[in-house]
Design a protein around this ligand. Structure first.
Ligand code: ATP
Ligand code: GCO
Length: 165
């Protein structure tokens, strides 16, 4: 399975991805590591990326997915058209749906990252939640009470994967 963790900045993709990778032994790729320096600088300045900025990045991530039949990828995948680029054989998505207030609190707390809270409005504007026909997307409605361990358990159960390696 190629598992893609989607959601806006601060939704917890990296946290969940690293935990799932530790549990499953599958490799973990973070979409953040594939941005160009220019794209990072733009986001660090609080400016959202355009479709044109994201296109080469999505194509790089698609190539990574094709090269890794069993992998966990953190990628915001905000628009339907972006998800369609990432849809290769045996792809599943988990959408981390987090209330904006919780996202804001997390991003204000997080220090060591180029994406700050000022990027959040453009992330939320760009987000297209999964359409009804996107049967390969499973949504996790995250509350402030859900610890990383809770979300890992829910994700593993939803995917039908064993809970421990
Ligand atoms: N379940 C959780 N409970 C509490 N805090 C969390 C949870 N998941 C993630 N966090 C915290 O929220 C912040 C954002 O998480 P993370 O970096 O994993 O998000 P992300 O979706 O990968 O963000 P980005 O796309 O900007 O890289 C981090 O400081 C992380 O420690
Ligand atoms: O599509 C996007 O705008 C980007 O993927 C962003 O979401 C960042 O990569 C990330 O979320 C911030 O670190």
């Amino acid at each position: 399975m190629r598992l893609i963790l989607m959601g806006v900045s601060g939704s917890g993709k990296t946290t969940l991805g690293e935990d799932l990778a530790a549990k499953t032994g599958w490799p973990f790729l973070d979409g953040d590591d594939f941005h160009t320096p220019e794209a990072r600088a733009k986001m660090a300045a609080g400016l959202g990326l355009s479709d044109g900025d994201r296109q080469p990045w999505l194509l790089r991530l698609r190539a990574e997915l094709l090269a890794h039949p069993q992998v966990i990828l953190a990628c915001s995948s905000l628009r339907r058209s972006y998800r369609d680029v990432l849809r290769v054989l045996d792809t599943r998505f988990i959408f981390l749906d987090v209330p904006p207030r919780l996202l804001l609190a997390r991003l204000q707390e997080r220090g060591d990252h180029y994406a700050h809270a000022d990027l959040l409005p453009s992330q939320l504007d760009t987000l297209e939640p999964p359409d009804r026909d996107e049967a390969d997307v499973m949504t996790l409605h995250v509350t402030p009470q859900d610890s990383p361990a809770d979300l890992t358990r829910l994700a593993l159960a939803a995917l039908g994967l064993p809970h421990a390696r």
